[in-house]
Design a protein around this ligand. Sequence first.
Ligand code: ZN
Length: 299
Amino acid sequence: MPRETLAFRSKQHASHSNTARNRTRLGKQQQKKEFRRRGVFPFFELPFELRHEILKLATLQSNTTTSARSSPGPSSSSSSASKSYQQALCLFLTCRWLYEEAAAIFYRDVVLDTRASSENGGPSSPTPFLVRSLTPRLYVRTLRIRFYVKEYHLGLFHTVYAPILRDMAQNGWLEHLVLEIGYQFPSPSFWGGGHLKNRAEELLCAPLFVTQPPFQGFLKMLHGFSFSLPMKVAVYLEAADHPPFWCAFHRAHASGEGACGGSWPDGGTQLLKIRWTDLVKTFAGAKAPPAESWAVDAI
Ligand SMILES: [Zn+2]
């Protein structure tokens, strides 16, 4: 086929295409005019930064620490949390585009406090937000979980939470995982065994529960995260009351190495950061000593 013919056909095709595009553009302009006539605001024509600020105001309301954000989802009990969630839900249901932009703001920082359920006694179920909110959880960038070292709660990390958290980091936006360990610790006899003779031995040996599957599973999860995920993990401990074996893994008190002893002298410090990589190195795979080496009398 002669080149001129090709050029002519090509030009004809381009012209036809441009005409089609013009028609589409005119159609969209007509549509926009119609929307404006009806009072519909073209929200997505705003710059991203402006949309972000508007959605922030709409989803987070007047503060950034509402209980809705601490415990996102319809299960939240407080009326203000429920109202905030319902308002956010309306936005989420508008369209996929708006859902993605609003969810990225609403679920950016999430705090899950599992301590309240453990205070009521009996085993609690895994936190619903992590287990059921399959899509929302992928939008979380910073997740803070507060829990007690109780058998069921601790066991959940390895058996239930670990694959979920891995999914959130690999397929979602999770960048920071903060684990806050509350003050209610099991006694050394909680999972069998007796008390140690004195606190010096506790520092060396640690309570028996560190050898048990829930705690070992927790260490295994931390170990796995440190090698395979692009996510920062931080572990904090209740400063006011903790078994003294933890003292080997947090910063020393200004007044001396042994000044803490399980109760941080400075009342202003609520949480102590734990060097969890050292914790894993020290206790991963730890075995309980023979029963005869334990003193059965209480301290
Ligand atoms: Zn301490």
